[in-house]
Design a protein. Structure first.
Length: 157
């Protein structure tokens, strides 16, 4: 049974060797604006191209270090590909309670070293240690404007 508070796909994250090259391919074949920014996230040591395609946010994720989250995923599988799907939820605690009641366990967030719900740049997130056919599952309760402002103030953004 699906959790009742899953709203939509928040984003799909792809593990890539080179975010700029992968973005070039999306720009060439699918019309993604070539000036799409590539953001660097020092805490997680990733470089990410973020864009919208067909109403879904795509993230092309490149590890900045050997042995990083995405480079290690590529090394283990031998190819780039869909790493995880993040599902937007209304209430992350209720979604986690539902998942755990149905056999899920929580995965440690490698960037934050936290298992379970915790703040990230866009919202409260948690990762399940159970994947779906090799694709990781992330849940996110997107911040309200007030929560985003508070997060940014705490982070000094």
């Amino acid at each position: 049974m699906l959790s009742e508070n899953v709203n939509s796909i928040k984003h799909m994250a792809f593990a890539v060797r080179d975010a700029e090259a992968a973005l070039g391919t999306y720009a060439q074949f699918l019309g993604v604006p070539p000036e799409t920014a590539i953001r660097e996230y020092p805490k997680s040591r990733t470089r990410v191209a973020v864009f919208d395609l067909g109403g879904i946010e795509y993230q092309l994720c490149e590890s900045m270090d050997l042995g990083g989250r995405f480079s290690e995923w590529i090394r283990e599988r031998g190819h780039e590909g869909l790493h995880h799907i993040c599902y937007a939820v209304d209430d992350i605690e209720a979604a986690l309670e539902h998942a755990e009641a149905n056999g899920a366990s929580l995965r440690m967030c490698k960037a934050c070293q936290v298992a379970g719900s915790h703040p990230h740049p866009e919202g409260f997130v948690a990762f399940l240690d159970n994947d779906a056919g090799g694709i990781e599952i992330e849940l996110m309760q997107v911040y309200t404007p007030e929560e985003l402002k508070q997060y940014q103030e705490v982070q000094g953004i």
